[in-house]
Each structure stands twice: as C-alpha cells, then as structure tokens.
Design a protein around this ligand. Structure first.
Ligand code: HEM
Length: 414
C-alpha cells in the first residue's frame, strides 16, 4: 500500500504508475510532495523530484543541463537505470543526447514538424479520423483500441510514407516497442516482446530506407535522406533511430492525450456540452486537457553544476525528474488547478517540456487531438461513458488509459 496521507513521503516505484494508488490518482500524492518537499529526494531510485511549476519551468529551460544519462553521477536514476537501458543502442535518440549531436539531429528532422508544415496535413488527418470512425460498428466500444490508438499510428505511418498494407503490422510492432521504449522497469515478457518488435522494426526501416534511396518521395524518410546540415547527412543507423523515436515519442503520448481529453469531457458534462455548442473552443480545450492530465508525467535533466531548487541543494550530476503533471496543477499559477475548464484563460502548461528538448511533435499532437475529438463528437452526438469502465495503463512516466469504454449511436454520415 502506498503511504500517501501522513508519514514518510512515498519513494521509488510508489511514485510511478506501476503503483496502484499513484496510478489511480497521482495528483493527490504530487500535491502532498509539492507542499511538503517541493524538491523531494527519492532515495530508492536515486533522483530528485521537482514539483513546483516555476522550478520545473526554469530547469527545463536551462540550456546548459544534460540529458545524456552517462553524464549523471554513479548511483543516480539516470546513470543506473536509464543508461543501462541504452546499452547496445549505439545511436541513442535525440531526447538523450547533448550538444552538438542533439542540435545536429534535431535540425535534420525538424522541418516537417514546424506548425506551418503540420497544418498542411490537417485535412488528411481529418480523413484518417473519419476513416477510423467508419470502422466502429458497435454502440459500445473501447475508445483506446478502436480510435485513440489507431489514429496517431496511421498518421505517423503515412508521414513516414509507409504502405497502408503494413499499417496493422506497424502498429503492433510499435505498441510492443513502446512497452520498453521509455520503460525502465519492463517485465521479462515485455522486454522479450519489445526486443523482438524492435528488431523487426529496425529491419523494416532499413528496407524502407533502401527502397526510398532509389526513389525519393514526399515523406519523412525521404526528407531525412535528403537533409544535410553543414555538408553532413544522416547515416542509415541515425535515420532508423529517429524513426523509432518518432513512433515511441509520438504514438502512446497522442493516444493518451485523446483518451484523457475525452474522459475529462465525459466526466464534466457541462464542458462537453459547451464544446458541442462552440466547437471553436477546441484548441483551448485541448490545451486544458494537456494541462489537466499531462500524458507525459515527467521528463529528466542532469545539472552541469551545483544548484539550489526551492532552497534545496542539488549537486552537479544528480538526476532530476521534473514532474510536468505536478507543475501543471500548481495552485500558485493556476486558480482551482483541479478544475477542468475548457475556457480557462491560462492554459499554458509544461506538458511538452521546454528548452532545447521541447517536444518536436507538439503541433502535430495538437492537430491530431483537435481533429480526433471534434470528429468523434460529431459522429457520436450522444457519447457517454460506458458501464464497462476504464483502466489506466502502468507505463512509467506516462499517464493514460489502456481501456476506456464508451457508448453512443453513430450518426449516419451525410
Ligand atoms: C500529446 C502528445 C505528446 C506529448 C505530451 C509529448 C511530450 C514530450 C515531452 C515531455 C518531451 C520531452 C521534452 C523535454 O524534456 O523538454 C518530448 C520530446 C519529444 N517528442 Fe513529444 N510529445 C507528444 C507527441 C509527440 C509526437 C506526435 C511526436 C512526433 C511524431 C513527438 C516527438 C518528440 C521528439 C522527437 C522529442 C525529443 C525532442 C528533443 O530531444 O529535442 N512527440 N515530447
């Protein structure tokens, strides 16, 4: 049982969705930590949890800090748990790279993710949403399996230029790979399945790169093959590793955002009604959903010098877990932080991180969620939560549902 009310503050896995109490309601625990020890030393996992909004924001934006786990001190979370998870991966993804390697990779892949380029995809994303809704044939269904899961996978598969006949296979590899992607505590079964899926995905991407280099097209893999910065091109290994990062960083998170947003709307019928009457509120509603239920609970940084955070000394090379979900509900910044209000004025949030590593796919995720939610509400005018209920998934650092059952009669398409 987690100790969340009185007594010592929780430690270790009690501070991850692997713990039942934390998974059901992390905000209760995070509030207590923010109030009692805003810089909380988690001795079990060797890290500091940072929970105040202003601390989280300023640490994320410190451009001198590291994210490369091998730069952390021995005995810390980054060094002992994250770094070994990367052994064998000669080309880590940019999220765990420092300068100048990080800047080089990021600049080679960033163009298609710029908002104006993502906006070109909006109408196609709407078509993908419609096609996914067309396949729902029952009045009670699992929103995650039938809708929030498939939409982001198909979008990224299409952006990568992958033939539609491979989309189902691609989704299954991608789901299995996510089980170990950012999960420092996989079970043996998850590790084995994830490794096998990664190998299959690797080979798949190598074949795709081979095909594309003979015949460049209008897709992300071709863009990466074309891209050049200071006369340097991406190697095959680097392209494979970026493709994998896009899947892992982009799929579960966007699925979680869509699921979390729909759940928040169903739990708050007045907000749902307001959005139905004023669909133009969708952009603000998605920002509020990101603030209210951050799909990524925490990111990480390693200070390059001795610092103080909310008065607490933190040494050079320590492992910092910056808790985005705690920052987003800090009452110093957000009035009534536990209230879901799609017309909230101050919906800025920390859910996409910040500074050098600010989420590359932020605008894409926003557009997908906006189109997905509007499409779903339009297709199901009487959508409600179903009695079959919901389950949160237990992936460390992520917040979302493995199942979310809903009911509704589909409107006949005009
Ligand atoms: C709701 C959906 C998403 C959320 C909440 C999210 C959140 C995040 C967070 C918190 C980070 C770390 C930022 C930091 O430490 O400062 C990150 C990094 C990243 N995200 Fe996302 N993400 C989402 C969707 C996507 C999508 C759709 C893609 C691309 C297809 C993507 C690609 C990336 C990449 C490449 C990085 C590494 C950036 C770097 O290290 O420079 N993300 N994301």
């Amino acid at each position: 049982m987690s100790d969340t009310d009185g007594g010592d503050l929780p430690q270790g896995l009690q501070l991850t969705p692997m713990d039942d109490a934390f998974r059901e309601n992390p905000y209760h625990i995070l509030k207590r930590i923010r109030e009692e020890a805003p810089t909380h030393k988690d001795e079990e996992l060797g890290r500091f949890l940072i929970t105040r909004h202003d601390d989280v924001k300023s640490l994320l934006h410190d451009r001198e800090f590291y994210t490369e786990p091998s730069k952390a001190n021995p005995g810390t979370f980054s060094r002992e748990i994250l770094a070994p998870a990367m052994i064998g991966d000669e080309k880590p993804s940019m999220l765990f790279m420092d300068e100048p390697g990080h800047r080089r990779l990021r600049s080679l892949v960033s163009k298609p993710f710029q908002p104006k380029n993502v906006e070109r995809w909006r109408s196609h994303i709407r078509e993908i949403v419609e096609a996914t809704l067309d396949k729902i044939s029952t009045t009670e269904f699992d929103l995650i399996e039938q809708f929030a899961g498939p939409v982001p996978t198909v979008v990224i598969a299409e952006m990568l230029g992958i033939d539609p006949t491979y989309h189902d296979q691609f989704k299954s590899w991608s789901d299995l790979s996510v089980q170990i992607g950012f999960n420092p505590f996989p079970t043996q079964a998850q590790q084995e399945e994830g490794d096998a899926a990664n190998q299959a995905l690797n080979q798949f991407f190598i074949d795709e790169i081979g095909r594309r280099s003979q015949n460049l097209g209008d897709d992300l893999i071709s863009d990466m093959l074309r891209a050049e910065v200071d006369g340097e091109k991406l190697t095959q290994e680097e392209i494979v590793s970026q493709c994998q990062l896009l899947l892992i960083a982009g799929n579960v998170t966007t699925t979680d955002l869509i699921g979390n947003a729909v759940k928040a709307l169903l739990d708050n019928p007045l907000q749902l009604e307001k959005l139905r009457l004023q669909p133009e509120l969708i952009a603000n509603a998605v920002e509020e959903a990101l603030r209210y239920e951050s799909p990524v609970l925490n990111s990480g940084r390693i200070p390059n010098r001795d610092i103080h955070v909310s008065g607490c000394p933190v040494g050079h090379g320590e492992s910092l877990s910056v808790i985005l979900a705690a920052a987003n509900r800090d009452p110093e910044v957000y009035p009534d932080p536990d209230l879901f209000d799609i017309e909230r004025k101050d919906t800025h949030h920390q859910s996409f991180g910040g500074g050098r590593h600010l989420c590359l796919g932020a605008h894409l995720a926003r557009v997908e969620a906006q189109e997905a939610i509007l499409g779903l509400l339009d297709r199901f005018p009487s959508l409600t939560a179903s009695e079959r209920g919901f389950e949160y998934h237990a992936i460390p650092s992520f917040r979302g549902f493995s199942e979310l059952w809903v009911s509704g009669v589909s409107r006949v398409k005009q």
